[in-house]
Each structure stands twice: as C-alpha cells, then as structure tokens.
Design a protein around this ligand. Sequence first.
Ligand SMILES: [Fe+2]
Ligand SMILES: [Fe+2]
Length: 180
Amino acid sequence: MKTKRISDKMEKALNAQMTREAVQAQVYLSYASWAEVNGLAGIAAFLYKHSNEERQHMFKFLKFINDRGGHALVQAIAAPPVDPKDLGDCLRKTLQHEIDNSRSIDEIVNLAHEEKDWAAFNFGQWFVKEQIEEETLINKLLDQYNLATDQKRQNENIYALDRDYAEATQEVVIPREEVI
Ligand SMILES: [Fe+2]
Ligand SMILES: [Fe+2]
C-alpha cells in the first residue's frame, strides 16, 4: 500500500496494541501449560484456545495497519508472568488481563474518534464487542469457581450439582401410572 491512510500517531497506537495482543497470547499459552501440568485439563483446553484467539487478534491488527498504508512492526515481547498460585488466581489474573486490554482498546477508539478516522473507529468497534464477550466469559468461569469453592456456604459441589440440574429430566412416571 503506497497511500498512507492512518496518522503516525494511530500507526504507533495500533502497533503497540498488536504487540499487546501477542503478549496476551503468550501469557495464556503459559497459563495453559501451567494448568496442564497441574492436572487441570479443562481450563488448560480453554486457555490453549484463548491463546490462539489472541494470536488471531494480533494478526488482525497487523493486517489493518498494513492495509491502511502503515507498517506493522513485529517486536520482541516480554516473558510471560510467573505461574498462577492456583485455579482461582489463574482466573482472576486472566480477567484482569482482559480488563486492562479493554482499556487499551478504548484508547484506540478514543483516538480514532478524535482524529475522525472512521475506518479505525469501525475496526476498533469489533474489538470493543470482542472484549465484552471475553470479559463476560471469564467472569462466568470465575463465578462458577467461586460457587464451587465457597467453604463458608459449604457448597463446594453446588456447581457440579447445578450443571447436572441443566440435564435433569422433565418427566417422571408417577407410581399409579407405572406399568409393571
Ligand atoms: Fe485480544
Ligand atoms: Fe482477550
């Protein structure tokens, strides 16, 4: 693309976000590996998939920058943080990463609005929506975790019970109608 259709400031912000998405992918990959070696196969599968999603986000930024005549620069990324202490810590940290990332996306949308760059604004909206989904998803996992581990209410198995309730049958045969 020869014609540059984004400002230098926008190009810089989009590049920073591209790197941020790559960092997110790496963080979730490391959490997934931690979960797998600690016998948490379910959350490991979720985090492996989520890591791939973040990588796709990174690629979306790369393509948008280049398609708008900028230059996406692939940078070195920092090592992921230390392993979580336990499943709860893993979920809380994952949620915090997503909240921080949502704020970072908001800044890009703010800049697009300021510059009246409606193409970048439109592009950013996809991520605004994506972040709502991701925060909701992880909040749900955290709610389930809290329910399953709440010692005070002695309902550590409520979550499993509740899941079983979803599959509970709607039909019972009452004794008088039972055919022997
Ligand atoms: Fe992302
Ligand atoms: Fe995310």
